[in-house]
Design a protein around this ligand. Structure first.
Ligand SMILES: NC(=O)C1=CN([C@@H]2O[C@H](COP(=O)(O)OP(=O)(O)OC[C@H]3O[C@@H](n4cnc5c(N)ncnc54)[C@H](OP(=O)(O)O)[C@@H]3O)[C@@H](O)[C@H]2O)C=CC1
Ligand SMILES: CC(C)(CO)C(=O)C(=O)O
Length: 358
C-alpha cells in the first residue's frame, strides 16, 4: 500500500520502520524540517523488536502536500492533542473523503475529535479508524534513530460510522490489530489514561524535585498509587458497562497487548512494573511531559464526557482532573479534548449510538 505516516516522533518513526520493512511504499511526514532532516540524511536507524538496521522510506518531508501525494491511506501517529489541527491541515493539503485515515493512536475520543475537526472545514469526511493505543513502545535515542522495545500483539481498533475502509486498511497495515466493533469501546481501552495519571499526580512533587530521575513503574507504582489506579479502572469499567461493554481490567488489556506478563492476574496492577518494555521507563521529567499534558486533558477529560453521557459517577477521575487543573494553572498546555471538540455537546446515549452507526 502507498501509505503516509504523519508524525516523525517516536511512534511515527517506528511505524515508518515497520511499514517499510513490510514492503509498503511509505512517505514520512514531520512538521519540522529539523526533525526530518536527520532521517533524510541517514534513513531511519532502528533497533529492538524488528532487529537492527536502517530503512529509507520512499519520501521523507516536512511538506504535507508532498507527503500525501498519491497516498492510499494516512496513518496519524502523533501526540493526540495534535489530531484536530492535523485534520484541518490534511483537508487544506488536499486529502479527500475517499482516502482512509488511521489514528495510531486515537486514545480516548480521537476519532470523534478528528471527525469533528474535519467536518468544520469540509462537507465530506474520510473513513476514520482509531487504535486505543500506539502500536509500539518506542523512544528515539538519537535524532536519526528509533529504539522499538515493544510492538502490540493485539491492538484494539474501531471505526466511526462510514469508516470501514479505514479499519480494513488498519488491519492490513498493522497485523494483530482488530475491529472491536465500537469506537466507545476503543476509547475506553486507552491504557495510558489509567496507567499514567495516578502515578503522575501522586508523584508530581518527586517529578519536580528530581526532574523525573526515577523509574515510573518499578519505583513509582507504590501501593497507594495502585489503589488509586484500581479505583480509576473500576470507574472506566463501570462506564463501559453502561455502554453495554464488558471491558477487561487495564491489566487484562495490557496482557492482550503484550506489555504485562501473560501469567499476570487481571487484578494485579503491580504487574505493570514487571512488563519488559515498562521496566526501564523513566518518570516524566516535568509537568509538561505527555503523561501530564496528554493523559489528563486527552484521556481523562474525554473519558468524563463519555461517563456523563452514560450517567455514571466517576469521583476519582473527577478528582484527578480537578487536581491536575489546579496544578498546571497558568502553565502552557493544549486545550482539552472536551464535548465541544468531540462534537458531543448535549449528546445522549441515543445520539451517540447514531453517530457510531449502532
Ligand atoms: N512512545 C511510546 O512508547 C508510546 C506513545 N504513546 C502515544 O502515542 C502517541 C505518539 O507518541 P510519540 O510518538 O511517543 O510522541 P512524540 O513525543 O515522539 O511526538 C513528538 C512529535 O510530535 C510532533 N508534534 C507535536 N505536536 C504536534 C502538532 N501539533 N502537530 C504536528 N506535529 C506535532 C513533534 O514535532 P516536532 O518535531 O516539530 O516538535 C514531534 O516530532 C502519543 O499519543 C503517545 O501518548 C502510547 C504508548 C506508548
Ligand atoms: C508504553 C506506555 C503505556 C508505558 O507507560 C507509554 O505510554 C510509554 O511508552 O511511556
Amino acid at each position: 500500500m502507498k501509505v503516509t505516516v504523519i508524525g516523525a516522533g517516536n511512534g511515527g518513526a517506528a511505524a515508518a520502520v515497520e511499514l517499510t520493512l513490510a514492503g509498503h511504499d511509505v512517505a514520512l511526514h514531520g512538521r519540522s524540517a529539523a526533525t526530518v532532516e536527520p532521517f533524510l540524511r541517514n534513513g531511519i536507524r532502528y533497533e529492538g523488536v524488528f532487529g537492527e538496521g536502517r530503512v529509507t522510506p520512499s519520501r521523507i518531508t516536512s511538506d504535507l502536500k508532498e507527503a500525501i501525494e498519491n497516498s492510499d491511506v494516512a496513518v496519524v501517529t502523533l501526540p493526540t492533542f495534535a489530531l484536530g489541527s492535523v485534520a484541518r491541515d490534511l483537508h487544506r493539503a488536499g486529502w479527500d473523503a475517499r482516502r482512509p485515515v488511521v489514528l495510531n493512536p486515537g486514545h480516548t475520543g480521537g476519532a470523534f475529535e478528528f471527525d469533528t475537526a474535519f467536518r468544520e472545514v469540509s462537507p465530506t469526511i474520510p473513513p476514520i479508524a482509531e487504535f486505543a493505543t500506539l502500536a509500539y513502545v518506542a523512544r528515539k535515542p538519537a535524532p536519526d534513530a528509533i529504539n522499538i522495545t515493544g510492538r502490540a500483539r493485539k491492538l484494539r481498533g474501531a471505526a466511526l460510522k462510514g469508516g470501514d475502509a479505514a479499519m480494513e486498511a488498519a488491519t492490513v497495515l498493522f497485523p494483530g490489530s482488530y475491529d472491536c466493533g465500537d469506537v466507545v469501546a476503543s476509547d475506553l481501552c486507552n491504557v495510558n489514561m489509567v496507567v499514567h495519571p495516578p502515578g503522575a499526580m501522586l508523584g508530581a512533587s518527586w517529578v519536580e524535585a528530581t526532574g523525573g530521575d526515577f523509574t515510573f513503574y518499578v519505583q513509582g507504582l507504590t501501593s497507594g498509587v495502585v489503589r488509586v489506579m484500581e479505583e480509576l479502572d473500576r470507574e472506566r469499567i463501570a462506564v463501559g458497562k453502561a455502554f453495554g461493554h464488558d471491558l477487561p481490567t487495564v491489566i487484562g488489556e495490557m496482557k492482550a497487548i503484550g506489555t504485562v506478563p501473560s501469567d499476570a492476574e487481571e487484578g494485579d496492577y503491580r504487574a505493570i512494573a514487571a512488563g519488559e518494555a515498562n521496566k526501564r521507563i523513566k518518570a516524566p521529567d516535568s509537568l509538561g511531559h505527555r503523561y501530564f499534558t496528554e493523559d489528563f486533558t486527552h484521556g481523562l477529560v474525554p473519558f468524563l464526557v463519555l461517563a456523563e453521557i452514560a450517567g455514571v459517577e466517576t469521583r476519582t477521575t473527577r478528582a484527578l482532573v480537578d487536581l491536575h487543573g489546579a496544578m498546571v494553572a497558568g502553565l502552557p498546555k493544549p486545550a482539552p479534548r472536551d464535548a465541544r471538540s468531540m462534537g458531543l455537546v448535549g449528546a445522549t446515549m441515543a445520539s451517540l449510538r447514531a453517530r457510531l452507526g449502532k
